[in-house]
Design a protein around this ligand. Structure first.
Ligand SMILES: Cc1ncc(COP(=O)(O)O)c(C=O)c1O
Length: 320
């Protein structure tokens, strides 16, 4: 493998995110498997989260290509948009965000941070208008002699996913024995593609379960396989290295849709705050934890197994 270390990366964070035991949660559940959490919510850049890992590789690619502006899109409370705006600020680049949803008179949470970070935010009515608005913004900048770099939704490209291959390597250095299962929030699929690829390379038999924040399982599993297909070329591995990787998406906890709370997600937020002082976000990690709690309560895992919840951040969303 040519290796991860040869992929250019901007060091937005320099150390590993912590791994912690969830002792009090385990006790509250009456026992069960060992429970760990990987604290990407505590990555020390711009309120952290999984998008920081992706951005380290994606922003390096933008700089290598001579970009002077980062453009991306998402909902008005997108964590990915906030991290893109933050990376642009850190690197002295301009940032254009195409956000679906009405502009707030008094922006809150991620929308407030986007403004503080100096991003130009263009609002569109719904998701279908995002891609044309991004293309229009890029074209406008090119005509003005600028060099925009467009980051797809969620930075869920093979390059973004490669950041999570590195993250599995980071976890291997932290834990003497790989977890049996990793459970995390999945949406545009890049995180899960990278975790799945990393686990194949680590050959420790870790099962990766993505709990969907919005998409149906079949569509999202297809997207994840597509991203996985592009990862080997980046790492100097043979095509098809990850063709037989297991891709497991659980869409039973989406409830009323993206960002709409469910009784289970509300319970997950309160339980994790009260047992572990850990903050989950309403859109992604609360639903992922609701999925994990249901599996734990259902007795899916043996007591001698280790289950790791990968906290992908987003806690800024609590203040939306
Ligand atoms: C907090 C949080 N968790 C999980 C995800 C899902 O990650 P991915 O888009 O790589 O599937 C996102 C994506 O926006 C996120 O912001």
């Amino acid at each position: 493998m040519r290796g991860l270390t040869s992929l250019p990366s901007i060091p937005l964070v320099t150390g590993p995110s912590p791994v912690e035991e969830l002792h009090r949660l385990r006790t509250a559940l009456g026992g069960g498997p060992r429970l760990l959490v990987k604290r990407d919510d505590a990555l020390p850049f711009a309120f952290g989260g999984n998008k920081v890992r992706k951005m380290q590789l994606v922003a390096a690619d933008a700089l290598a290509g001579g970009a002077d502006t980062l453009i991306t899109s998402g909902g008005i409370q997108s964590n990915h948009a906030r991290v893109t705006a933050a990376a642009a600020a850190r690197l002295g680049l301009s940032c254009v965000l195409v956000a679906n949803g009405a502009a707030q008179d008094h922006p809150t949470a991620n929308a407030l941070l986007d403004r503080l970070l100096g991003a130009q935010v263009r609002h569109v009515a719904d998701r279908t208008e995002r891609a044309p608005a991004v293309e229009a913004a890029a074209e406008e900048l090119r005509r003005a002699g600028r060099h925009p770099y467009v980051i797809p939704i969620g930075a869920s490209t093979p390059l973004g996913a490669a950041a999570f291959v590195s993250a599995i390597e980071e976890l291997r250095q932290q834990l003497p024995r790989a977890p049996d299962v990793i459970v995390h929030s999945t949406s545009s699929g890049g995180t899960q593609a990278g975790l799945a690829a990393g686990c194949v390379l680590a050959a420790a038999g870790t099962r990766v379960v993505g709990i969907s924040a919005d998409e149906g399982s079949a569509a999202l599993e297809r997207d994840i396989r597509q991203i996985l297909g592009g990862v080997p070329a980046l790492l100097g591995l043979p095509d098809g290295t990850f063709a037989s990787a297991a891709v497991e998406v659980d869409d039973r906890f989406v409830g009323g849709g993206y960002g709409v709370p469910t009784p289970e997600s509300v319970e997950a937020i309160e339980l994790l705050a009260r047992t572990e002082a850990l903050f989950l976000d309403p859109t992604y990690t609360a639903k992922a934890m609701a999925g994990l709690l249901a599996r734990l309560r259902g007795g899916e895992f043996r007591d001698d197994e280790t289950v790791l919840f990968w906290h992908t951040g987003g806690q800024v969303g609590l203040f939306a």
